[in-house]
Ligand binder design. Sequence first.
Ligand SMILES: [Zn+2]
Ligand SMILES: [Zn+2]
Ligand SMILES: [Zn+2]
Length: 132
Amino acid sequence: MSEQGLRITDQRKTLAKLFAEAEGYLTAKDVYDEMGRSYSGLSFDTVYRNLRVLHELGVLEQFVFEDGIKFKVHCQEAHHHHHLICLQCEKTYPLVFCPMDTGCKVPDHFQVVKHKFEVFGYCQDCRTEQQT
Ligand SMILES: [Zn+2]
Ligand SMILES: [Zn+2]
Ligand SMILES: [Zn+2]
């Protein structure tokens, strides 16, 4: 399976560029549609696998919205962080706080592997808009 001779590293470079140019989020479908224009024969599975790898590498961050999973470029924040997400414009702001560090009581019999914590609200721009 050579994916039309396109190397994995080239695909990931293209992906990284796509996200760098995108404003906000891209879904796997968006990426697939976009990359399909340049690379024929690319499978959705391959696109999805690449997204997951880039997520694991910390290049992308993954967000689970009600209408599906979306990806965006990783925040400037290098350390473990969570996000404030604007319900209006969907912009995200890093939140350097982790509820797991502040005495979150997990029963002993449960081994924690990962966690999610997201805070939704309105950013300053959207709040100003609402008031006028
Ligand atoms: Zn982030
Ligand atoms: Zn907003
Ligand atoms: Zn955390």
